[in-house]
Write a protein that binds this ligand. Sequence first.
Ligand code: CP
Length: 309
Amino acid sequence: MNAPHTHLPRHLLTLHDLERGTLDALLVRAQAFAEGHYDRRALDGIAVCTLFFEPSTRTRMSFTLAAQRLGADVINFDASTSSTRKGETALDTLKNLEAMGVRGFVVRHHEDGAVAGLSAHVNDGTVLVNAGDGRSAHPTQGLLDMLTLRQAKGADFSKLKVLVVGDVKHSRVARSDLQALRALGTDDIRVCGPASLLPDDGTLQGCNVSHDLDAALEGVDAVMMLRLQRERMEEGLIASLDDYHRAYGLTASRLKRAAGDAVVMHPGPINRGVEITDEVADGPQSLILRQVSNGVAVRMAVLEALLRG
Ligand code: CP
């Protein structure tokens, strides 16, 4: 099976500016991978490094599996046991790994724009994938979320009513999801959260913004819950976790306001009992673990497109 022509840029830093055709091609390819159709030697002889300066479970492990399934040599850089501890910069680290022959870098960093900054200094033939930078972007999470929605609701996003709930202000997932939903033509994109956790930087352009979760849930086809990003949050943005849960937690009774076949998503890790109850997270409408499965397939599609395309 040949890789599709996806018009991806050299590095995948953001979903901003990606055209619908490119997204569709990646999602179709990822769907084939999800169904087990792939060449285990597609990335034979290519070295890929997961270069993470922030913690991760899902993204890092699924990129590792994705690269391994396509036959790449995979190394995982652990900042906590590396020369980062002696003060080595992210760029020096990357350049040293590049000197060892690594061609693909999957990079997570706490600073906005850090991965784009690194991409300006790499050799011809080296490619970077942004695995989450600060609050800015998490493009492969956006893609896996779109694949999950596509499987559940079909390829036509135009009639979907999608609600994004919670801490959009600190969420790179929300930014990538909103960019992807717009690019795929979703007409009714709703965003709900406390005013203190909604950004005023243009992220919510074109969205129906509300602070009333019960009203926002009416008739939606998909509810995308966000994690409260307490590690990026200044003090005082929410009164307490209990108050937040009362106003913005997704419970089984609240979910009844959505369409009967509505699906529930969450990028993980979940703050159980805060943004979502166990009953909903583990319930029949939850696609949370499907999202995780799709992460492997989407990351295979991205690595293939960048490293072989
Ligand atoms: N969704 C997500 O990025 O999870 P991790 O932080 O565990 O990678």
